[in-house]
Design a protein around this ligand. Structure first.
Ligand code: ADP
Ligand code: MG
Length: 139
C-alpha cells in the first residue's frame, strides 16, 4: 500500500497544558513522518474557514473561540493508511469515549477541548494541509 497523508493540529488546550512534546512523540512512535510543521495562533477568520463544514452546528461559536484562544501546532503527517491509523491513534471525539492509550484519552479533558484534530478523508487532508502550508513548505 502506498503511503498517504493526514493533517493534524495540536489544539490550544494541549499546547497550554504542556503536551506538545508528548503528543509529537506518540505520533512519531506510531510510525508517522512529519512532512510540515508550524506553530501559530489562528485568527477568527482562519478558524471559521477551517471549520466551515461545522458552521450550522450548535457548538460552532464555542469551537471557534476555543480554537483562537491560544497557539496551536499544525502538522502534515505521512504513513501507510494515514487517515484511518491516525483516527485510531487519537481516539473518539469525546475523550470520555476514547480508548485507553489514545491521545485524546491521555491528554484531553472534554469534547470541546479534545487535544488534537485529525482529518477524516484523503480529500480533506489535502485541503486542510494546503490551508496551512504552501507547496514550498511541504516535503
Ligand atoms: P473530530 O474532531 O473527531 O473529527 P468533528 O469533526 O465531529 O470531530 O468535530 C470537530 C470538532 O468540533 C471536535 O474535535 C470538537 O473539538 C468539536 N466538537 C464536536 N462535537 C462537539 C460538541 N457536541 N460540543 C462541543 N464541541 C464539539
Ligand atoms: Mg472532523
Amino acid at each position: 500500500m502506498t503511503s498517504n497523508r493526514t493533517f493534524t493540529m495540536i489544539k490550544p488546550d494541549a499546547v497550554a497544558n504542556g503536551h506538545i512534546g508528548n503528543i509529537i512523540n506518540d505520533i512519531t512512535v506510531a510510525g508517522f513522518k512529519i512532512k510540515a510543521m508550524k506553530y501559530l495562533q489562528l485568527t477568527n477568520a482562519q478558524a471559521e474557514g477551517f471549520y466551515a463544514v461545522h458552521k450550522e452546528r450548535g457548538f460552532f461559536g464555542e469551537l471557534i473561540s476555543f480554537m483562537v484562544s491560544g497557539p496551536i501546532v499544525a502538522i502534515i503527517l505521512e504513513k501507510v493508511n494515514a487517515i484511518e491509523d491516525f483516527r485510531t491513534l487519537i481516539g473518539a471525539t469525546n475523550p470520555e469515549n476514547a480508548a485507553e492509550g489514545t491521545i485524546r484519552k491521555k491528554y484531553a479533558k472534554s469534547i470541546d477541548a479534545n487535544a488534537v484534530h485529525g482529518s477524516d478523508s484523503n480529500e480533506n487532508a489535502a485541503i486542510e494541509g494546503s490551508y496551512f502550508f504552501s507547496e514550498f513548505e511541504r516535503f
